[in-house]
Write a protein that binds this ligand. Structure first.
Ligand code: C2E
Ligand code: MG
Ligand code: MG
Ligand code: MG
Length: 286
């Protein structure tokens, strides 16, 4: 009896495992097909500078508009795309859409820099910078309209080749940000030698600052350190006015988060935040 139960448990487990593997390969197959069928779209989330009183940037965020499923967020497919290497192809699509959008915005007088997320697998691909240059040339994209977001752990592992490529593009006006800062381990003395303009403080460091004095201390120390190195700070994931007020006291001025705006499609973004929209900070709190 116990043996039977044990066996059943094993079977249940292996069924579950098989199902998970099947689910994953199904997703992988769908993902491959989705790249061919152009089923992705980008949303844009504004970054507001409270000193300048205007929007200074927009982060491009990928979504998968699967024909039979609800709009899928990156957490549902970006990791798999990275594992399978499909991120290179998907990333090239994203890169082209971002370059195209940035050129269109520049022509329309929307001078919000467009921030592109890059995973380690994409940016360390031997053809990455050649493809990126080609995308910029194809769409006639001004380099100063673009920012590359690189995760904290990859930033800490940058080799000389990557540093040189980023320096080359920064010389043309592009900027570089470290994303999700505070989630990994950073060699802080290394930070000052990296080709980086901005550091995006991860939401996890900001989440509890209103209710926890300790969280506030940690967050403001990290901010002071980054600013002390002469780098700009962007606070990610602000969900309340209280968070913004507290962070402004410690010298943070640029914010991105649901409190200001959720990520929206390009049409909506341009309507609300473009030249015809009201570009004042107050108006964005909707
Ligand atoms: P990320 O680069 O740190 O992007 C910020 C994420 O935080 C976005 O989630 C955004 O919608 C969410 N967010 C913004 N404000 C708030 C807020 O106030 N509260 C909360 N709870 N969340 C907020 P999203 O779009 O689901 O993207 C998740 C991650 O997927 C991104 O994190 C990024 O690492 C990755 N990702 C997104 N788009 C791309 C892409 O085009 N390429 C690559 N390689 N990765 C991407
Ligand atoms: Mg990002
Ligand atoms: Mg982030
Ligand atoms: Mg993130």
């Amino acid at each position: 009896e116990a043996k039977a139960r044990g066996r059943r448990r094993v079977e249940l487990y292996s069924d579950d495992l098989e199902q998970r593997i099947a689910g994953k390969s199904e997703l992988e197959r769908d993902l491959r097909r989705a790249i061919k069928r152009d089923e992705f779209l980008l949303e844009f989330q504004p970054q507001v500078d409270y000193v300048a009183g205007r929007i200074v940037g927009a982060e491009a965020l990928v979504r998968w508009a699967h024909p039979e499923r609800a709009l899928m967020m990156p957490e549902g497919f970006v990791a798999l795309a990275e594992e399978t290497g499909l991120i290179v192809e998907l990333g090239e699509w994203i890169m082209n859409r971002v370059c195209e959008t940035a050129a269109r915005w520049a022509a329309a007088g929307i001078d919000h820099r467009l921030c592109l997320n890059l995973s380690a697998r994409e940016i360390t691909h031997p053809d990455f910078f050649q493809r990126f240059d080609a995308a910029m040339a194809r769409h006639n994209t001004p380099a100063n309209m673009l920012e590359l977001e690189i995760g904290e752990s990859l930033a800490m592992r940058m080799d000389i080749g990557l540093i040189e490529q980023l320096e080359r593009l920064r010389a043309r006006g592009m900027s570089v940000a470290i994303d999700d800062f505070g989630t990994g381990y950073s060699n802080l003395s290394r930070l000052k030698d990296l080709p980086v303009d901005r550091v995006k403080i991860d939401r996890s460091l900001v989440r509890d600052i209103v209710i926890s004095p300790e969280a506030r201390t940690i967050c403001s120390s990290v901010v002071a350190l980054i600013q002390g190195l002469g780098l700009q700070v962007v606070i990610e994931g602000v969900e309340s006015e209280e968070q913004i007020e507290m962070l402004r006291v410690v010298g943070c001025n640029v914010f991105q988060g649901f409190h200001l705006s959720r990520p929206v499609g390009e049409t909506r973004y341009v309507e609300r935040f473009g030249p015809e929209g009201d570009n004042g900070v107050e108006a964005q709190k909707a």
